[in-house]
Every structure is written in structure tokens, then in C-alpha cells.
Write a protein that binds this ligand. Sequence first.
Ligand code: AMP
Ligand code: ZN
Length: 125
Amino acid sequence: MAGAVLWAYYNMGNCIFCKIVDGTSKAEVVFRDEQVTAFHDIHPAAPKHILVVPNRHIPSMNEITPGDEALIGHLFSAARQIAEEQGIAGEGYRLVINTGTYAGQVVPHLHLHILGGADLRHRTR
Ligand code: AMP
Ligand code: ZN
């Protein structure tokens, strides 16, 4: 399923990350509060690979409005706390938000990747 069709499918209540947020799909959740949920990536690209998502369905950074500034700030604040709790803050970690097709965004529910637990300096993604 490609591009626009996939986007429409996700907007019809079929979003995997919404289902993880509401508990109808399983994930290894490491953090949850009233605004965001964080869980281990199912296909880790680093020894520690955690996704932090807003609990509200927002497809991508392209749909962020000025009214979402506190939420986005909280997303990063939660990521900082999770990095600390996961023991990767000291050595360092990478935060990534893929937006749209050319960035390789495959799940159209905004998510912040936390990548750590290894030296990523030689890697571009
Ligand atoms: P992106 O390419 O930025 O859209 O990244 C989507 C990420 O979601 C990928 O790293 C996938 O491995 C991850 N992912 C997809 N489905 C699940 C799932 N059910 N539980 C955890 N991670 C998932
Ligand atoms: Zn969603």
C-alpha cells in the first residue's frame, strides 16, 4: 500500500501507534503519561531504539501547528528522561523524526526515534 492510500487507511482508525497508545496492540512500553507514550521499536536499528509518540493522532511534523508547541516540547523532554532511564544519556544518543516519503516515514503517526547504546558516528541513519 503506497503513499496517499496508506495515509487514508491510517486516518480511518487503523493506526498501529494509536492502537499501542490505547492498549489494543501490544508493545514494550517504557514510558507513558497524559501526552505521550514510548515503546521499543519492533525492528531496532540500534541496541536501544525507542519511539516516543504523542497520544493524539498527528500524522507527521507537517501537521504540527503553533498550538502544538507545548506537546512537541514535552515529546523532547520525555525523550531526554527516557534516555536517562535507559542508561544511554551519558554516552550519547540520536533523536530522529522522519517526515514524509523522501525521509522514509512509513508509519503516519508522528514519532520521535531515540537511538543509542552504540557509537553512531559513522552512520547517517
Ligand atoms: P519511520 O520510518 O520513521 O516511519 O519509522 C517507523 C518505525 O516504526 C520503524 O522503525 C518500525 O520498525 C517501527 N514500528 C512499526 N510497527 C511497530 C510496532 N507495532 N511496534 C513497534 N515499532 C513499530
Ligand atoms: Zn495514530
